[in-house]
Design a protein around this ligand. Structure first.
Ligand code: 3PG
Length: 393
């Protein structure tokens, strides 16, 4: 696909799709990773004399919804960019057109939430045409929304000369290194609460990676399927058959599956709940496994030392409740140290995962942390991402 290296943006109106769907609490942005990630693209186009017209969604509005307006985000972008960002309270139509007409080379404008118009998510041709009329070129820098085939993420790429922005380019290159042409052995960590939400992901990974570490609540479903008593632990007992199928598939593909051998077991689900280190063969009927235990961590770290690539999605335990963050923090730090030492390429993504790595204080020591949640998962599942595919033509 073509990148900004191939685009002649000077004096052009450049429609730039970004992902500004950031977490907000009481009007404050609590994590600005996604804003920071698109600054290089905005700066580059602006510095080259392009007129930057930002397109973004926020939340999942059903029609126009003032509580989901992007107005306040314009200032958040401006303060980090170090230059003004104008805001148009419309996505298409006369108000948007007038705001675009006012732009001078180098100026930056943010249009209103693309999802205020129902036609955005339907990838409606008339809406695509109305958006396309506002620009001369299209740059997609929203990897985190690339799993959606919407007007601003997919349709526009067929209407205007289309290019990948720097964040998009970096994401695609980092992910390709991790799973398409990785240095082996490749170790994947998949954690999180439920097997049911990650079936496709596990199925795809066992065929691609050398070692698959299963952690979090979903590990309990595998342990139960192997006949272990998991007590009151989170467990999808009805998925025992599916879990065994995944184990068989892994065996056939030569992928080693690593499950916990011990756990921090407690009878209450709360921070600092009294707990003990217990073998997975010795969980009492009233106990829950809330984190992987020390022997499990040692197993994972030992394999990590031989690995050349790690792909991580999902925490090991209930990492928001200390001390049940212990295994996640320990493995994350080991991965960061091995990355620092130069022997390991480390890639992580998915909402909880990034929060967990930040909590461990190591996110910036990983080789690459994706800005994406759902799009990262779909990529791990091996699914084509419409926003990326449309750029590949
Ligand atoms: C995300 O936050 O993962 C992206 O911005 C996509 O949002 P969506 O799941 O509402 O499409």
């Amino acid at each position: 696909f073509r990148t900004l290296d191939d685009a002649d943006v000077a004096s052009k109106r450049v429609l730039v799709r970004v992902d500004l769907n950031v977490p907000v609490d009481n009007g404050r942005v609590t994590d600005d990773t996604r804003i920071q990630a698109v600054l290089p693209t905005i700066r580059e186009i602006s510095d080259k004399g392009g007129k930057v017209i930002l397109l973004a969604h926020f939340g999942r509005p059903k029609g126009e919804d003032p509580t989901l307006s992007l107005g306040f985000i314009a200032q958040e972008v401006a303060s980090r960019l170090g230059k003004p960002v104008a805001f148009a309270p419309a996505t298409i139509g006369p108000v948007a057109e007038a705001a675009v007409a006012k732009l001078q080379p180098g100026d930056v404008l943010l249009l209103e939430n693309t999802r205020f118009d129902k036609r955005e998510e339907k990838n409606d041709p008339d809406f695509v045409a109305a958006l396309a009329g506002l620009g001369d070129l299209y740059v997609n820098d929203a990897f985190a929304t690339a799993h959606r085939a919407h007007a601003s993420t997919e349709g526009l790429a067929h209407k205007l000369p289309a290019f990948a922005g720097r964040c998009m380019q970096e994401e695609i290159e980092a992910l390709a290194k991790a799973l398409e042409k990785p240095e082996r052995p490749v170790l994947a960590v998949v954690g999180g609460a439920k097997v049911s939400s990650k079936l496709d992901l596990l199925g795809n990974l066992v065929a691609k990676v050398d070692i698959l570490v299963i952690g979090g609540g979903m590990a309990n479903t595998f342990l139960a399927a192997q006949g272990k008593d998991v007590g009151k632990s989170l467990c999808e007992h009805d998925l025992a058959g599916t879990a065994l199928e995944i184990l068989d598939k892994a065996k056939a593909a030569g992928c080693e599956i690593v499950l916990p051998v011990d756990a921090l077991a407690a009878t209450e689900f709360k921070a600092n709940a009294p707990h003990r280190v217990a073998s997975v063969d010795d969980i009492k009927p009233d106990e829950m496994m809330l984190d992987a235990g020390p022997a499990s961590v040692e197993n994972v770290v030992a394999r990590l030392k031989d690995a050349r690539t790690i792909v991580w999605n999902g925490p090991f335990g209930a990492f928001e409740l200390p001390p049940f963050d212990t295994a996640t923090v320990a493995v994350a730090r080991a991965a960061a140290e091995l990355t620092d030492a130069g022997g390991l390429l480390s890639v992580a993504g998915g909402g909880d995962t990034v929060a967990a790595l930040n909590h461990a204080g190591v996110a910036d020591r990983f080789t690459y942390v994706s800005t994406a949640g759902g799009a990262f998962l779909e990529w791990l599942e091996g699914k084509p991402l419409p926003g990326v595919e449309a750029l590949r033509r």
